[in-house]
Each structure stands twice: as structure tokens, then as C-alpha cells.
Design a binder for this molecule. Structure first.
Ligand SMILES: Nc1ncnc2c1ncn2[C@@H]1O[C@H](COP(=O)(O)OP(=O)(O)O)[C@@H](O)[C@H]1O
Ligand SMILES: N[C@@H](CCC(=O)OP(=O)(O)O)C(=O)O
Length: 367
């Protein structure tokens, strides 16, 4: 059900699809996923790929016979498997791919969060496919998101995706693990994730995958709460991707709980406090209100209060009226130096230029 509304999607691919035998990477299931990604891009849907598989793919390179694998062994396996996984994906596309390795810390730290956001925006604008995985080689247990289902949901929220498609080795959610329970019933639609739904979820039936159905439900809950439709589909069956492209529902659909844009707008306006204000000239105020434009340094008259890069600020007109709230890409001190200047002069003035805009239009909520 590739909805016409979807302009950006995150696709998460599980280990069992990338390394079905835990011995290097296989293109067996990836070919149809790669074709789906290419078709999506061809019809103008932006795609971010979250790919598991580094540990599974690197498993056979590191000698260790027992379960559970200690963290240092997993890290060594991931170091081997990550390059193989990236190489396998890259060979399947006739466009460029970019590797992004993240840890939980990157989401918790506002500056790093903004940096990832800016990098992803730039990659998508340049038609590069971002391929994201957890940075398993360096992340210690306490720094880890821990599984790529939750990571994919966090990425989907970060990039303002319309949908998250979790590709696994199972058709979707069943009333119990169908690999261990006969007569488990398939659930095509979940309108709201509650305790009854969680009670259906079990662990993975094999040691290649990480979270089983539990982490998929956590991911779906996170994403749908922020307005991201979430699907769990069987990535082993190419027909599922044809169905999606034909606009048909396949797998289990978890319905978004609210409109994505109003979720973000609500978060900006009501959930984060602003520590300062930016005063806009009339041109910038108009562009913001009438055209939904980003805020450039050129249109800034002044700023008040103390704020850092990544903080929420009020965007006011010359009379001090609060027009909107947004996330500033620059601190109050930096803004004093670049206000009224052309974007191309920011690097010369500050010695660095993390962003050409001061507040990106995706990070602005009009009052
Ligand atoms: N209620 C359920 N419905 C479907 N699958 C379930 C359920 N409970 C547990 N599972 C297990 O979850 C597995 C998928 O999770 P996992 O192996 O972690 O996949 P991936 O590597 O794609 O993340 C299924 O193969 C199945 O063994
Ligand atoms: N970052 C790990 C993936 C962990 C994970 O969540 O795996 P999976 O349950 O197969 O999606 C890896 O690349 O091996």
C-alpha cells in the first residue's frame, strides 16, 4: 500500500534477510528489496534504509562456539560484517549509498541529533541512499539502542518519514509466534498497540535476529505515536513488494495515531520549552508565514536570550509577536555574528557552517 501521501519512507531489513545462514551476506532476499527501493525512488518517494546483518554476516569470520555471544565477540563480528553488508547493498544499486553508524547517544545529544538530521537531509537532497545501522563495533551495552527495530523507528521520526516498513522473515504479527504455535492467527491491522497486542509477541525463533516481535511492536508504538504508519512485512517474498507498489496492503499495518505534521507541530509548540527568541525582518516573517520557507541569517534582525544549537526558540516579528517556534541550528552567540549576513558568508565569519539555514522549514511550527 504505497500510499500517494508517502513522500519519505524508512525501510528496515532484518538480519535473517541479509545473512540467512549467518555466513556472509546473501543477495537471495535483498534483490527484490533493492528493486523495491529503486522503484520507490523512481516515483519520487525518498528512502532511508536501516539495515541489520553486520553481526550475522561477520559471524563465520570470528571463532566462537557458544551462545550468548559476549559483546567483544559481537563487536568483532560486526566490524567484519558491516563492510560486507554495505558492499552487498551497494552492488545492487546504480546510485550511490552512504553508510551511517549511530548509537543511542547520537539521539540523546541535541547537537549530534541535529548533525545527523542535516547529514540525512543533504544525502536525500543529493539522491544518495542512506544506509543506517547501529555502531555495534564501538557502542557498549549502555550506549546502544540495542535493536534495529527501535533504531528504525527513531530514524523514521528523525527524518519525518510518512511510513516505516519493517521487513522480516515473517508475514507480520500473529496472535502468537507461528514458528512455535500452530493455529496462531494472522493480524492484518492493528489500530492501537496495547497490552493485549504486546501479549501476542514473543522472542525470535533463531539466534540471528535480535528482538523478535517485541522490539517490532515497540518500534511500531514509537513510530505510530508520532504519526508514522508502520508495516511489518515478509521480506522473503518478492510479491509483497509488488503488492506495495500496486498500492495493496500486505503484512500487518499499524495505524498512525495522529497526523505526522501535527505530531511534530505539537511537540515543537507544547513539549519543548524555548530559551530565547529570534527577531525576523518583514521579508523573512512573510516568507515563513506565507511560503513555509526556512529562516536564513539574512532575514534575522536580532536574537534575545541564551540558547544553544539544537534549542527551541520563538521566531518573532519586528513587533515582538511570536509567529512560530523552531529549532535553531546556531547558538545565540553565533547568531549575533551572522545575523543579517548571506548564508555563503557564514563559514568565513564563524570558521564553520553546519547549516545554510538558521532554522529549517521542517523544524518550524507556526503559532
Ligand atoms: N506474535 C508473533 N508474530 C510473528 N512473529 C513472532 C511473534 N512472536 C515472536 N515472533 C518471532 O519473531 C521473529 C522475527 O523477529 P526477528 O527474528 O528478530 O527478525 P528480524 O531479524 O527481521 O528483526 C519471527 O520469525 C518469529 O520467530
Ligand atoms: N546492529 C545489529 C542488528 C541488531 C538487530 O536488531 O538485528 P535484527 O533483529 O535482525 O534486526 C547488526 O547489524 O547485526
Amino acid at each position: 500500500m504505497l500510499s500517494l501521501r508517502w513522500r519519505r519512507i524508512v525501510i528496515k531489513v532484518g538480519s535473517a534477510l541479509i545473512s540467512p545462514t549467518a555466513n556472509g551476506c546473501s543477495t537471495r532476499y535483498l534483490l527484490s528489496i533493492a528493486r523495491f527501493i529503486s522503484e520507490c525512488r523512481a516515483i519520487g518517494v525518498e528512502v532511508v534504509l536501516v539495515s541489520s546483518g553486520s553481526v550475522a554476516a561477520g559471524k563465520s569470520a570470528i571463532a566462537f562456539a557458544h551462545q550468548p555471544l559476549p559483546i567483544n565477540i559481537k563487536q568483532a563480528m560486526a566490524a567484519v560484517g558491516q563492510t560486507e553488508m554495505m558492499a552487498t547493498w551497494s552492488h545492487l544499486f546504480d546510485f550511490r549509498c552512504a553508510q551511517i553508524l549511530l548509537t543511542h547517544d547520537d539521539f540523546a545529544n541535541r547537537r549530534r541529533y541535529l548533525n545527523i538530521d542535516n547529514t540525512l537531509r543533504t544525502l536525500l537532497t543529493n539522491q544518495v541512499l542512506p544506509i543506517i545501522n547501529e555502531n555495534d563495533t564501538v557502542a557498549t551495552a549502555e550506549l546502544k539502542v540495542g535493536d534495529n527495530d527501535n533504531l528504525a523507528a527513531m530514524v523514521a521520526i528523525l527524518v519525518d518519514a510518512d511510513a516505516l516498513i519493517i521487513c522480516s522473515d515473517i508475514d507480520g504479527l500473529y496472535s502468537a509466534n507461528p514458528k512455535t504455535t500452530i493455529n496462531a492467527e494472522f493480524i492484518p491491522l492493528v489500530e492501537k498497540i496495547n497490552a493485549d497486542i504486546y501479549a501476542m509477541a514473543g522472542a525470535s525463533h533463531h539466534t540471528i535476529g535480535t528482538g523478535g516481535m517485541v522490539t517490532k511492536l515497540q518500534a511500531a508504538e514509537k513510530a505510530t505515536r508520532q504519526g508514522v504508519d508502520t508495516l511489518i512485512i515478509n521480506g522473503q517474498q518478492a510479491v509483497n513488494f509488488d503488492r506495495l507498489l500496486a498500492g495493496q496492503v500486505t503484512g500487518t499495518l499499524f495505524q498512525r495515531q495522529q497526523d505526522r505534521l501535527s505530531a511534530k507541530k505539537h511537540w515543537l509548540l507544547h513539549s519543548i520549552t524555548s530559551t530565547g527568541s529570534i527577531v525576523l525582518d518583514n521579508g523573512a516573517a512573510n516568507a515563513l508565514q506565507q511560503k513555509g520557507a526556512s529562516l536564513l541569517a539574512k532575514g534575522i534582525l536580532n536574537s534575545t536570550g541564551q540558547f544553544d544549537k539544537g534549542d527551541a526558540v520563538w521566531l518573532c516579528n519586528e513587533n515582538g509577536v511570536q509567529l512560530a517556534k523552531g529549532i535553531s541550528q546556531y547558538s545565540a552567540i553565533e547568531l549575533q555574528l551572522i545575523k543579517g549576513q548571506h548564508s555563503q558568508d557564514i563559514a568565513r565569519i564563524l570558521g564553520f557552517c553546519p547549516s545554510e539555514v538558521v532554522v529549517h522549514r521542517d523544524d518550524i511550527a507556526l503559532s
